[in-house]
Design a protein around this ligand. Structure first.
Ligand code: HEM
Ligand code: HEM
Length: 227
């Protein structure tokens, strides 16, 4: 069967940019010395990515939308049984269980990025809202920033195991479609195009919002706050 477009360009860009950004955030925080300023910039960009994908989940193309794959517990159980028994028909978009990665990642990466805004390295760099938060909030955010990333790593591990399971046991390559967007489905089941104009408009609005959030809105730091 001829292949047709299923994953739009914004979904694929979001996915691979997110992978790069999370790797970059780990690298700039845990491996490289003196890279906190880059950590901040990638963090702001990642926050923008997450907000974009949240909005695209409501206004994007057919299989990008949350309502195309979010299902109740009954449907998820039936799906899990089908995967184990190998009586499995490939979903066109996300399946009801695998799709949970999206809300999971939006919540966790969102928490990671927002808590970063209130975090300090206790040396030179502090997020733009650190100085205006009270001590309890600073501690909570610092705790979140140090612990949410580990939960995220566990979920990413599960995600990769699931994709490996599909590849090895179910003989379905899900990775190719996340690269070129196409699957062997009937033309009526594919999407016509990526709705790029709408995506660019949403991206611009998100970029303006993030700029306002991290550059314009943070309260000025009082003289002598850090001394
Ligand atoms: C930092 C690591 C990763 C994160 C946070 C992540 C996150 C996600 C998210 C959020 C989605 C849903 C995409 C959407 O609807 O917008 C997704 C789907 C997908 N990811 Fe990843 N991913 C990661 C790494 C990878 C890697 C390394 C691969 C390839 C080996 C991969 C392959 C896929 C595939 C094939 C799908 C589509 C699954 C399906 O057909 O339902 N991911 N991933
Ligand atoms: C989604 C985006 C982000 C990810 C994945 C991320 C990840 C991390 C990780 C893994 C660490 C090391 C934590 C540890 O040592 O236990 C860290 C530290 C840090 N991050 Fe982020 N971060 C993100 C966004 C941000 C943002 C937006 C800011 C500030 C604007 C920020 C500020 C900091 C600071 C100041 C530290 C140092 C904390 C310390 O030394 O105790 N991060 N980040």
């Amino acid at each position: 069967m001829k292949k047709n477009l299923v994953w739009d360009i914004p979904v694929r860009l979001f996915h691979w940019l997110l992978v790069l950004c999370l790797f970059g955030q780990w690298l700039t925080a845990e491996v490289l010395e003196d890279a906190m300023d880059i950590h901040f910039y990638i963090g702001y960009f990642t926050l923008g990515l997450i907000i974009f994908r949240l909005i695209w989940g409501f206004v994007g193309t057919k299989y990008a939308k949350f309502n195309s794959f979010i299902a109740g517990p009954k449907a998820m159980l039936a799906y899990l049984r089908s995967v184990i028994s190998k009586q499995h028909t490939l979903s066109i978009g996300h399946n009801s269980v695998g799709g949970l990665i999206l809300p999971g990642v939006i919540i966790l990466v969102g928490l990671q990025a927002i808590s970063g805004l209130f975090t300090t390295d206790d040396i030179v760099y502090s997020g733009p809202y650190y100085a205006s938060a009270d001590t309890d909030l600073q501690q909570l955010m610092q705790w979140l920033h140090h612990n949410v990333f580990d939960i995220l790593l566990a979920i990413i591990g599960l995600h990769l195991v699931a994709i490996g399971w599909y590849l090895i046991f179910l003989k379905h390559n899900l990775i190719g479609p996340m690269l070129d967007g196409k699957k062997a489905v009937a033309p009526k089941d594919g999407i016509e195009h990526s709705q790029l104009i709408k995506a660019i408009l949403v991206m611009c609005l998100v970029a303006i919002f993030v700029y306002w959030l991290v550059e314009i809105n943070p309260p000025p730091i009082e003289d002598g706050y850090y001394y």
